[in-house]
Design a protein around this ligand. Structure first.
Ligand code: CLR
Length: 423
């Protein structure tokens, strides 16, 4: 009882703290872009990419018409679309059941990749992004901490959970496919209904684009994923099946939750672009079929996650969640840091269908970045991230980016007129 009440006090304090960041977000989320269809010139991917086999994406100069109006920073926040699963996990009093929903959240991060065969903008060194959802009770922050290789360090928090990690993707173009290999670990602290806090970690699976040669590019996500509960020793093993030749294996994900002794508790199955189910299978593993009305029973599978629909009238195949990201209402504009990605004119132009202007502005901001690098080199200085610091993780022992919890304090002072961003 005592730990439970302590956890509640922590939750309440966290909730109050997060509420201070709601300023600027009073207008609610954006539902539409200015465009309702994009009219990017249709260029053959293969025509341009065929001379670039063996290269990674950061070494390629591609026409801006290959881009979508997002950046790699936005692609990281997109993983927050289904945080309701973390809220559900926190409500559960059985730790293996919590793991089912945490694993569901980890798998839900792939639904947004469907139909998104375009290049996000590359963040500039020190570029940041803040995203607050008063309606959902969380705030998110990310900073581009290195440029070569491109790494973004992120930290999201809500009363019930903290979620953080680094997005560092190694890419290589093989001709037959373009592979994207995420290297970073993601950490989740869950303050749950039984009155304790748990640490979970996982790494993301490989994303790839196939069908470039035939002019029918498609995104696939495949490979094993291990979602580990460091507090209890329980693990969820998920396997994302590669698309392969059979249509039936496309988007398939299957796995199981095992206890500390390695005994199966739950089986998981479904498709990461659509629905994922779980089934209570103590001591055995089984396939997971969607539940049917004909054979009800205690061991029936139940739905843990379902993808949001993709309404028409949204260009670039963006999800409704992605549409909300680059919005900059007048009330918010003076509060975000001057490094905030919402202020990038090239991404704004892309979003509004001004592709030529986007290309000019992209060039200009990237020139600025090169000039700043030369100036640093001339002074013998090194770039130091403003909001994160490399550290050794206290539980897992890995290197990670430690968020020093300063950003939101400075923002609060800016909002109250006590300081300005550039001090
Ligand atoms: C995958 C999940 C990771 C973050 C991440 C980083 C790079 C992204 C990748 C994700 C998905 C696929 C991606 C890639 C960058 C470019 C690539 C968007 C989100 C697209 C599909 C490339 C298409 C255009 C080229 C063929 C020119 O956590």
């Amino acid at each position: 009882v005592e730990t439970a009440s302590k956890a509640h006090t922590e939750e309440d304090a966290k909730a109050l703290d997060i509420q201070k960041s709601y300023k600027g977000y009073e207008d609610g989320i954006r539902k539409r872009l200015k465009l309702d269809a994009d009219n990017r010139p249709k260029v053959s991917l293969w025509g341009i990419l065929k001379s670039m086999i063996g290269k990674d994406m950061t070494k390629m100069t591609l026409p801006v018409s290959f881009n979508e109006p997002t950046s790699l920073l936005y692609r990281v926040v997109e993983d927050m679309e289904y945080t309701d699963l973390l809220d559900v996990a926190a409500e559960r009093t059985d730790s293996t059941e919590r793991l089912v929903y945490v694993a569901g959240f980890a798998a839900s991060e792939y639904a947004s990749t469907i139909g998104r065969v375009a290049k996000p903008f590359n963040p500039l060194l020190g570029e940041t992004y803040e995203y607050v959802r008063p309606d959902l009770g969380y705030r998110f922050f990310i900073e581009q901490v290195t440029h070569h290789p491109p790494v973004g360090a992120a930290y999201a928090e809500s009363p019930r959970w903290d979620y953080y990690g680094e997005s560092a993707v190694k890419s290589k173009f093989y001709g037959k496919s373009f592979e994207f290999n995420p290297l970073g670990t993601w950490f989740l602290h869950l303050r749950h209904a039984s009155g304790g806090e748990e640490l979970y970690t996982w790494k993301k699976v490989t994303s790839s684009v196939v069908g470039i040669i035939t002019g029918n590019p498609q995104v696939d996500n495949y490979g094993p994923m291990e979602v580990k509960n460091w507090t209890t020793g329980e693990v969820c093993y998920l396997d994302f099946k590669p698309k392969g030749w059979k249509a039936s294996s496309a988007f398939q994900v299957a796995g199981r939750v095992v206890d500390k002794q390695g005994r199966t508790r739950w089986s998981i199955g479904g498709r990461w672009n659509d629905k994922i189910y779980a089934r209570f299978t103590p001591g055995f593993e089984a396939s997971v079929e969607p539940p049917t009305a004909e054979k009800p029973g205690k061991d029936q599978a139940f739905l843990i996650w379902e993808a949001h629909p993709r309404p028409t009238g949204i260009p670039f195949n963006l999800t409704p969640f992605a549409v909300t990201l680059n919005a900059i209402p007048d009330r918010l504009r003076p509060l975000v840091a001057p490094t905030d990605t919402r202020l990038r004119p090239d991404q704004r132009a892309m979003e509004e269908g001004e592709y030529d202007f986007a290309a000019v502005e992209k060039n200009r901001v990237e020139e600025g970045q090169r000039a700043r690098r030369r100036a640093r080199e001339a002074k013998g200085e090194e770039f130091v991230p403003r909001w994160f610091k490399k550290a050794k993780h206290p539980v897992t022992g890995e290197e990670y980016w430690d968020f020093r919890h300063e950003y939101w304090k400075v923002r609060e002072d800016v909002a109250e007129g006590k300081t300005t961003w550039n001090q």
